[in-house]
Design a protein around this ligand. Structure first.
Ligand code: FNR
Length: 369
């Protein structure tokens, strides 16, 4: 008897199974960072009755852009584009949360208002890349945010949450992982501030918690989620005491009563495995002891390890990333132990329908479902 395919309540939603689609940046938005028919078709393919999709990271501020072609929710004009997506998913009986995003230092001045420097908690040397009209290019050195600018970005999270509600989403997930802005505040390797947003973990966690509170003020807590990457070192991240830092976050998040906490296992660096796929779950297992709500685990799961972590009770759902790119009918393939299509890494980021809409369903019945 599969636990992965048993129903579960997430916030106000009764889900039919526990295989979620992880948020996946695909950089196929139209001009103005607006989703179009291409994106709606992609999400419709991956929607299933009673399944949960976390839509790709979506920027809440003009300063939050770091990947040309990634969608936004920073302007009212973006709402109608997202409505195409949410309507398409709902037509198939699926649920969809929007991931709210600000890249912070992972950007380039070409993507910034007035060609300004990207923003970050602190000025710390960083050698990552951003995607601009010139392709993948080294980031432009960031400048440190003032307290007034921090307040403005938190307000952008609130307004982004408001637009997501207007666009028909079922909830929002704050992107607190993978070295983006909230993570840059949280981990001490990127936060050298000495004001209320830096220093002890209580201060470093403030931005993430305030962004969460902003979303909760719009949606109520049970339709808001947070994604974190404990011990994640992708994008030049580091922390002196990850156990204490992420333990504190999980504990503080308990006070909200969120829809779920989404945990990226540390064996994943961005989108790359750094250890064997069958490595035991680490982060979710530890945070399970602290966080009182639902937990979605993600990162390098197979059907077997997904079943195992849910059966062991260390996570309630499992999100799949790369396999969901290549298998629009992934939950059905897992349920029936069908083989997976392999993914094509070259078409992950940007481009057209190729590598986006053309991955085959296992059978015609599933394609028509
Ligand atoms: C990602 N990942 C990711 N994570 C996130 O929180 N927001 C995002 O927008 C993206 N974008 C993204 C794009 C692509 C092309 C990949 C491959 C990955 C990370 C993703 O959600 C997931 O955590 C990792 O892919 C690990 O899970 P899998 O792929 O091993 O199941």
């Amino acid at each position: 008897m599969s636990k992965l395919f048993s129903p579960i309540q997430v916030g106000p939603y009764s889900l039919a199974h526990r295989v979620a689609m992880a948020p996946l940046t695909r950089m196929r938005a139209e001009a103005g960072d607006i989703p179009g028919a291409l994106m709606a078709a992609y999400y419709a393919q991956r929607a299933s009755a009673g399944g949960l999709i976390v839509a790709e990271a979506t920027v809440v501020s003009r300063t939050g852009r770091g990947y040309l072609g990634a969608p936004g929710i920073y302007a009212d004009a973006q709402i109608a584009g997202w409505k195409l997506v949410t309507d398409a998913v709902h037509a198939k009986g699926g649920r969809i949360f929007l991931q709210l995003w600000h890249v912070g230092r992972q950007s380039h001045s070409d993507l910034q208002p007035d060609g300004a420097a990207p923003v970050a908690p602190s000025v710390v040397p960083y050698e990552g890349v951003a995607f601009t009209a010139n392709g993948w290019v080294p980031v432009t050195p960031a400048r440190a945010l003032s307290l007034a600018e921090i307040a403005n970005i938190l307000e952008d999270f609130r307004r982004g949450a408001e637009r997501a509600l207007a666009a028909g989403f079922d909830g929002v997930e704050i992107h607190g992982g993978n070295g983006y802005l909230p993570d840059q505040f949280l981990q001490d390797g990127t936060n050298r501030r000495s004001d209320a947003y830096g220093g002890p973990v209580e201060n470093r966690a403030r931005f993430l918690l305030e962004a969460t509170a902003a979303a909760v003020s719009v949606w109520g807590a049970d339709r808001v989620a947070v994604r974190i990457a404990p011990s994640g070192d992708w994008a030049g991240m580091s922390d002196g005491n990850p156990e204490a830092t992420f333990g504190y976050v999980a504990e503080q998040l308990n006070a909200f009563g969120l829809a779920y906490l989404h945990v990226i296992e540390p064996r994943i660096r961005g989108a790359e495995l750094i250890a064997e796929k069958d490595q035991a779950p680490v982060a979710a297992q530890q945070l399970r002891k602290i966080f009182k709500g639902r937990i979605i685990a993600a990162g390098g799961f197979t059907p077997e390890s997904a079943e195992a972590i849910v059966a062991a009770g260390d996570a309630d759902l499992v999100a799949f990333g790369r396999d969901f790119i290549a298998n629009p009918d992934l939950p059905e393939r897992i349920r029936h132990q069908l083989p997976f299509n392999p993914y094509d890494r070259a078409s992950f980021y940007g481009g057209d329908a190729r590598g986006y809409l053309d991955y085959p369903f296992h059978s015609a019945e599933l394609a028509a479902a």
